[in-house]
Design a protein around this ligand. Structure first.
Ligand code: NAD
Length: 451
């Protein structure tokens, strides 16, 4: 797919700015392995300028600007951003595909979710005005207490490469709705559409400094942001290994963090299932986006008889099962591997325990419900899990026992910006999306006084 890659700089204080050290990173098309352009690479010096810009966006005009604007004003900008992204959807989807290698149809679906997420947080921002000052009922009449919500301040939003603009939007939209000023750090492997968000912000005249976009290397731009003294909160999505570094940096300044990390999700398939549906969700749950989804259900835990049924059914329908481990033979170039299914796995194997972040499904069988739950929870991770059974009571029982932030019943992976998302154990803490995320971007003050 040929599409010109816009040449961009860093987006700081409402405009494009060349990195102070003039560094750039090549963009490699993962399908053709060709260099198709480059992105600016921020360093600690640029981070400093961007943090100052964000800080002054909150304090300019004696505090009458962004942080103190009404929710309705912030909603107007969020809606304008959604409208501009809608207009640019065909181009943005193509840019996403050449930058990170996912099929165009998936990039288009991502753009719809991006638009929906900005619109949803616009609605929530409007609703904030009414909830700004909430009285508390106290046992003594001589005191009154009010809780006042204020934006937490300058937030660093660090995101991965697999859903570049969507993961960024999950953080940018609520941060702006809450009245924070943000610095978005996209992945060095896929920053193109995030930079286009800068152009959208220019077009809608978003007040300068409210959103700054700084691509760059993790250990440089990312690490400088995580340790910056004037960043008030870090919201990170990425690997558990990087999360440990970010948490360590944040701990030095007692800075709050939200961590959305990796996973090794189970899908437990019972013997009473509709086999076609179970196959459909098992394949979708593991192989959508080439298996490069944090919540992918990549460990299939299935009643024995069903393994043979899965294999024979899928074979008779023309699917390729028990396949893989190689590059697709029809592709001469590109960073792709075949969908791969692995059986005869033991729980001590690396393939069972570690996040592959690729299209690889491990299969293990069970005989009792207890055994299935034990296998499902046999991981350090706890992001997404799934149960497939016609027995509704069993689904309820098992889903409560799975140690996962999100559990799908008779499906896997659907995700809506209205519902919270996040993990347990090594998959992180805090929740994104929904109305649950807004309070995480706000400070709460209690105002006690005598009557
Ligand atoms: P990664 O951890 O390598 O990088 C993520 C981001 O962190 C990038 O922007 C990178 O530049 C930055 N970074 C790297 N080192 C840093 C440092 N020392 N300090 C600060 N920032 C640093 O992850 P990735 O390979 O881009 O993404 C894949 C991972 O993301 C997988 O583990 C996947 O499961 C996870 N993920 C989780 C979710 C979720 O919602 N839970 C969603 C998507 C992806």
């Amino acid at each position: 797919m040929a599409i010109p890659i816009p040449s961009r700089q860093l987006f700081i204080n409402g405009d494009w700015a060349e990195p102070l050290l003039k560094k750039r990173i090549p963009i490699i098309n993962p399908t053709t392995e060709e260099i198709i352009g480059d992105i600016p690479a921020a360093t600690a010096e640029d981070v400093d300028v961007a943090v100052q810009a964000a800080r002054s966006a909150l304090t300019r005009n004696k505090g009458k600007d962004w942080a103190f604007a009404s929710g309705a004003v912030r909603a107007k900008y969020l809606r304008a951003i959604a409208t501009k992204i809608k207009e640019r959807k065909p181009v943005l989807a193509k840019l996403e595909t050449v930058d990170c290698g996912k099929p165009l149809s998936e990039s288009e679906a991502d753009m719809d979710d991006v638009i929906g997420c900005f619109e949803y947080y616009a609605d929530l921002a409007e609703g904030l005005d009414a909830k700004q000052k909430a009285p508390i009922s106290l046992p003594m009449k001589t005191f009154k207490s009010y809780v006042i919500k204020e934006p937490i301040g300058v937030v660093a939003l660090i995101v991965p490469w697999n859903y570049p603009l969507l993961m960024a939007t999950w953080k940018v939209a609520p941060a702006l709705a809450a009245g924070c000023a943000a610095i978005l750090k996209p992945s060095e492997l896929a920053s193109v559409t995030c930079l286009e968000l800068g152009e959208v912000c220019r077009e809608v005249d978003l007040p300068a400094g409210v959103l700054n976009i700084l691509p760059g290397l993790g250990p440089e731009a990312g690490a400088s942001l995580a340790s910056h003294p004037h960043v008030d909160k870090i919201s990170f999505t990425g690997s558990t290994v990087t999360a440990v570094k970010i948490m360590t940096a944040a701990a030095q300044r007692v800075k709050p963090v939200t961590l959305e990390l990796g996973g090794k999700g189970p899908i437990v398939v019972f013997e009473d299932v509709d086999i076609d549906k179970a196959v459909e969700w098992t394949i979708f749950g593991c192989f959508y986006t080439n298996g490069q989804i944090c919540s992918a259900t990549s460990r299939l835990i299935v009643h024995y008889e069903k393994v043979m049924n899965f294999i024979s059914n899928a074979k008779s329908e023309g699917a390729t099962i028990l396949y893989g481990g190689n590059r697709p033979k029809h592709l001469k170039k590109g960073f792709f591997v075949e969908p791969t299914i692995i059986t005869d796995v033991t729980t001590s194997m690396q393939i069972w325990r570690e996040e592959v972040f690729g299209p690889v499904l491990c299969v293990k069988t069970f005989t009792t419900e207890e055994e299935a739950i034990e296998l499902a929870n046999d991981t350090h991770y706890g992001l997404g899990g799934a149960v497939v059974s016609k027995d509704r009571e069993r689904c309820d029982r098992v889903s409560k026992l799975l140690q996962n932030g999100a559990v799908w019943v008779n499906c896997s992976q659907p995700c809506f910006c209205q519902a919270p998302f996040g993990g347990t154990k090594w998959s992180g803490f805090g929740r994104e999306l929904g109305e649950w995320y807004l309070p995480k971007l706000q400070l709460f003050f209690s105002d006690n006084y005598y009557l």
